[in-house]
Design a protein around this ligand. Structure first.
Ligand SMILES: [Zn+2]
Length: 298
């Protein structure tokens, strides 16, 4: 928790610098005869070297421990959390079926909703919220934010925000750009508007019409601790809704069972973000672990 990932610890850099200095010194600056003599001059640096090494060892042990440690709940990369997310809804057919499955399996998920679908199907949106799922902003009309003017981006985000507020009476801080496409400027703008931009690590590729079996295989192949799985409860290739998500409905219980059987705990995306300290400095959540299929693949 709180540990900055990807950052090389300072201690490690100090050890590297000292090692480099020692190697250089003994290899080039001295000869075998006076090695013992000059050794004394290196005592302070050898002392710092070993203290640092010990320090690194202790902090590694403190954080990770050694061997299996059953019964210890550790938040961090080692915790096998995954989050399920559904984009483009709500939709009276598929969202309701998905909600039934989630309820039966006692699993919570995040729903990134399209503003105009919220206005069209307010009762479905209300049910999603009432059943304890995360609500995310997915723009008002599922417009690509790249290319788009600054004004369009603000309008798309705000209009969806207003729909959420009007229908559900809440303000969400989760945002997912349509198709996951975002530019640096759009990202800065949306972060400045107070959102956390949540992408995903594995797409079920349900929109491509994959069979439920193929979806389960794909997800289990790419699922990792901290993974965020993307499904669609509505949407269509060219319009914002209309495609069948029957395959998603069919795959969902199988995916949930397979994830649980593999030891994953399915949690709310908002919980995962809070507990695993996923928010990078620039406000984008890529989820933990190496994203296997992150990016534009919606
Ligand atoms: Zn979408």
């Amino acid at each position: 928790m709180g540990e900055k990932r990807k950052k090389i610890p300072n201690e490690f850099l100090v050890v590297l610098a000292l090692l480099f200095f020692e190697v250089l010194y003994f290899a080039f600056l001295t000869d075998w005869l006076d090695q013992w003599f000059v050794f004394r001059f290196h005592l302070p640096s050898i002392f710092i070297f070993s203290m640092t090494l010990m320090n690194v060892g202790i902090s590694y042990y403190e954080y990770h421990g050694f061997g299996p440690q059953e019964g210890i709940v550790r938040s961090g990369r080692n915790h096998p959390y995954v989050a399920l997310t559904f984009d483009d809804g709500p939709n009276p057919d598929f969202t309701n079926k998905i909600l039934d499955i989630l309820k039966e399996k006692e699993v919570k998920a995040a729903f990134f909703m399209v503003g105009k679908h919220i206005e069209k199907y307010p009762e479905v949106a209300k049910r999603v919220y009432a059943e304890g799922h995360d609500i995310g902003n997915h723009t008002y009309s599922h417009r690509d934010l790249v290319p788009a003017t600054r004004r369009t981006v603000i309008k798309e985000v705000q209009k969806c925000d207003q729909a959420i507020e009007r229908v559900l009476g809440i303000k969400t801080t989760l945002f997912r750009p349509p198709r996951g496409i975002i530019s640096n400027n759009v990202r800065k703008l949306i972060v400045a508007m107070g959102f956390t931009i949540a992408l995903w690590t594995v797409s079920a590729l349900d929109w491509r019409g994959k069979s439920s079996k193929a979806m389960v295989r794909r997800i289990m192949l790419h699922a990792n601790a901290g993974g965020v799985i993307l499904f669609h409860d509505s949407g269509a290739l060219l319009r914002t809704e209309g495609a069948s998500r029957e395959n998603t409905v069919e795959a969902l219980p199988l995916v949930i069972d397979a994830l649980k059987a593999s030891g994953f705990e399915i949690v709310l995306l908002s919980k995962m973000i809070r507990e695993l300290d996923l928010i990078e400095e620039d406000g984008i959540v890529e989820a933990l672990g190496p994203p296997s299929t992150a990016g534009q693949e919606v």
